[in-house]
Ligand binder design. Structure first.
Ligand code: MEV
Length: 449
């Protein structure tokens, strides 16, 4: 029988849960109990979260961790990170500590322009359209004055509007290509509202433009939307130090380490399969801070990966070199972020994260996020080129495996000690716990250590 349902969104939360539990679960009361277990005891707070989206049934936790000891442009930060992957926060904290002793991270915002487009079809001549656009352009600015007034007061607004001829891509296809400065807001709503207003003005003005034929007057707006590709909303983060200062207690000499590290980056620059994983490691750091600060990680992901392919081939987002005995490692990425508006006003933990970061401006947050990405990349490459990634990763994963196996506190403590000097694999942990359970726990220490 079909499970299609009409009017689902109109049902109360309880009715939705009852229906889902009955229709989709072997044990409806267990499913309902689990769903309810994740509700917040504070009804007001729960209501706030319920209303973020449609059809909310419960909350889905992600841990909020913190990576201390970041030094960025001489200032200390503790960086909040919301992420489920076990080794990400530890790796960020390790890289932060490493670079804090070597002058810290430096970061610079290169530009903060955002882009929006009105995509339209015009069946007349391009020159005629250009002449029309020159007349319409000031009307587009005037006609959006009500929308841009507040943004202008804050120092932002519409930077420019261009007519772009895209008929080489698609017959009769043109764009209004607009650039915006949105200061501390990510700006999606502001940009989309301006674009929709541009579209209306464009259509209305075409209807009454005397030089257009009746057909040309029927200029068709296909859609108006911001672009998540923001190659001019760019930030750079970097670290550098004399090669000999790279020494650590990992048994590898600093020169050898620096050279291997640079080669690893060059491989990611040259080879797309590696570049994707290399950049995924960068996004481990970036997304975690983007989520913790209430920003749109899908927009950031889409824009960053497009930027990684901007020259026609997908490549590394970070770069490294050794020059005159100095090791340098840097990243340049597009990040459209906000520290006001959207979730930043609503989600209590987003507010907390932003306060922890010292209530940054969007520009400052761009720097922090880029640094988190570079730190994460440094930590990953350092492990990959020395011990291998699994050692640290599986150590962090140990607790997840133990939790999956329902290990007791005593079993966890014994496992943590045992796996300090033994390789963590899922089966090794399983075997260890099974052996523990077979043995009298009281005698286990003698058997295992
Ligand atoms: C794992 O989440 C991320 C890494 O694969 C990144 C990398 O390979 O550089 C470790």
């Amino acid at each position: 029988m079909s499970k299609a349902i009409a009017g689902f969104s109109k049902m109360s939360k309880e009715q939705k849960i009852d229906w889902i539990a009955k229709e989709y679960f072997a044990d409806p009361s267990a499913a309902t109990a689990l769903i309810r277990k994740y509700w917040n005891n504070d009804a007001e707070l729960q209501k706030l979260h319920d209303e973020f989206i449609e059809n909310t049934i419960t909350n889905f936790y992600l841990p909020l961790g913190v990576a201390p000891n970041f030094v960025i442009n001489g200032r200390e930060y503790i960086i909040p990170m919301a992420v489920e992957e076990s080794s990400v926060v530890a790796a960020a904290a390790k890289a932060a500590k490493f670079w804090a002793k070597r002058g810290g991270f430096r970061a610079t915002v290169i530009d903060t322009q955002k882009i929006g487009q009105v995509h339209f079809i015009f069946t007349g001549g391009t020159e005629k359209l250009k002449a029309f656009f020159e007349i319409v352009k000031p009307k587009l600015i005037e006609g959006t004055a009500n929308l841009t007034k507040n943004m202008q007061k804050r120092g932002g607004g519409i930077l420019d509007i261009e007519l772009r001829d895209k008929t080489g891509l698609l017959p009769n296809y043109y764009q209004l290509y607009a650039t915006f400065e949105t200061i501390d807001s990510m700006g999606a709503n502001f940009i989309n509202s301006c674009l929709e207003q541009f579209a209306k003005i464009l259509k209305d003005e075409a209807q009454v433009y005397q030089n257009f034929t009746p057909e040309e007057k029927q200029l068709q707006v296909v859609m108006s939307i911001l672009s998540n590709y923001v190659p001019n909303c760019l930030v750079r983060a970097e670290v550098s130090c004399p090669v000999e200062d790279l020494c650590e207690d990992n048994g590898i000499n600093p020169k050898e380490f620096a050279e291997k590290f640079v080669t690893a980056v060059k491989i990611a620059e040259a080879e797309p399969f590696r570049a994707v994983t290399h950049n995924k490691g960068i996004m481990n750091g970036i997304d975690a801070v983007v989520v913790a600060t209430g920003n749109d990680f899908r927009a950031v992901e889409a824009g960053v990966h497009a930027y990684a392919a901007k020259d026609g081939r997908y490549t590394s987002l970070s770069h490294a070199k050794i020059e005159n005995g100095t090791f340098s490692f840097w990243i340049e990425i597009p990040l459209a972020l906000g520290t006001v508006g959207g979730l930043t006003m609503l989600h209590p933990l987003v507010k907390l994260s932003l306060e922890m970061l010292g209530k940054p401006s969007a520009r400052e947050l761009m720097k922090i996020v880029a640094v988190a990405g570079l730190a994460q990349n440094f930590a990953a490459l350092r492990s990959l080129t020395t011990t291998g990634i699994q050692q640290g990763h599986m150590k962090m994963h140990l607790m997840n495996i133990l939790n999956q196996l329902g290990a007791t506190e005593n079993e966890k403590q014994l496992a943590a000690r045992y796996f300090e000097s033994n390789t963590v694999t899922h089966s090794a942990v399983e075997e260890f716990v099974a052996d523990l359970r077979k043995t009298n726990a009281a005698h286990v220490e003698e058997d295992f250590f």
